[in-house]
Design a binder for this molecule. Sequence first.
Ligand code: B12
Ligand code: SF4
Ligand code: SF4
Length: 331
Amino acid sequence: MNLTSTYLKKIIQDKATELGFIKTGFAKYDILENESAKLRAWLNEGKQADMVWIERGFDKRKDVRIIMPEAESIISLAFNYYTPFEHDESKPKISRYAWGKDYHKILKKKLKELCEFIEQISTSFPSPLLKGEGCILCRAYVDDGPIMDKAWAVRAGIGWMGKHTNVINPEFGSWFFLSEIITNIEFDSYSEPTEDLCGSCSLCVSACPTGAITDEYVVDANKCISYQTIENRGEIPPDIDLDGWIFGCDVCQDVCPFNSPKHNFVTGEEGFYPSKVILPLTKGESVRQLADEGVETLNNMTEAEFAEIFANSPIKRTKFKGWKRNLHLCN
Ligand code: B12
Ligand code: SF4
Ligand code: SF4
């Protein structure tokens, strides 16, 4: 066994843990043949709705060497965003990933630090781990490039893809973001995939309010409330009932046994806690008195207030027009 590689993986993992990532896995570079064939079928069936950018980046999604020709390994990382609050069903609902600050910003900073750490130690781990001469190269992504985050997470043993198509870890459930570092380091061994533990369960499929999980492991974005409230720039089809959701949807993950209280543990990242304007939409005695005021604020925001209040939030993605449309449909 190459101890140098094993030790390098360990110190990368330790640094990632220090930065707050709950799970780190290592996948060997490969062309994503199986996953991209399924992606192709999904696109051919029009399940991407208006997200034309998925089709545009198809070749890169299939082969990360188009992005980084030196790629030898993909380090996949999971970051918990669970906070100890629940949706108040009597209020408009926002998916928990968007309660706090924008995860792209928070995680990109951490990934930059991790990349710098890995690059710095390149002098201690010379050429045997690298193809050809040169230094360690790292490129980080967190849902901001044409990379199949879930496919790499599955290959790197972060978890399995559940029937709702989110990646689930047997210990941590699925309330985590995925990110990855593409690198030219060639490790001597890689993580083992995690067993699919969905078994005969199909709670997510039957709980989805719009029937968007059209088959086990397949989500049709056209029917998904998350797509409709976040990505759709036009009218929401009249047959889609948003079921009180004004940004994203958590139903398929809320019902999953792997997200039961026993699995849910609280994130150490304060930035993911509900912001002041969102807190009143969650349950809890301490926020009760703020509740009506909070809903008023949401309903009556001007465009300038929307831009200011959600400047650092994922919610700005729906734009003011989408925000008003969603609120209107849920009131
Ligand atoms: C496009 C997109 C969406 C779309 C499409 C959803 C989807 N299922 O792909 C919409 C807007 C609907 C969406 C919604 C959400 N998203 Co989103 N989304 C993405 C994005 C940008 C690309 C995903 C993609 O490539 N989809 C295309 C389809 C083809 O991919 P797929 O479902 O993964 O396809 C696989 C399976 O269908 C499977 N498959 C197909 N057929 C079959 C048949 C069998 C038998 C089997 C076993 C498998 C199988 O193989 C395919 C290839 O691996 C990623 C970020 C990224 N860059 O990867 C985030 C990402 C997937 N989203 C994320 C999140 C958090 C969400 C939401 C939970 C947000 C919310 N609360 O509203 C919801 C969840 C909805 C859901 N049930 O999936 C996280 C998921 C984290 C995790 N733990 O897995 C990601 C990874 C972002 C991130 N970096 O953290 N999202
Ligand atoms: S996010 Fe909501 S609408 Fe989309 S698949 Fe899950 S439960 Fe269905
Ligand atoms: S609810 Fe059941 S079927 Fe759906 S992802 Fe969770 S374990 Fe799998």
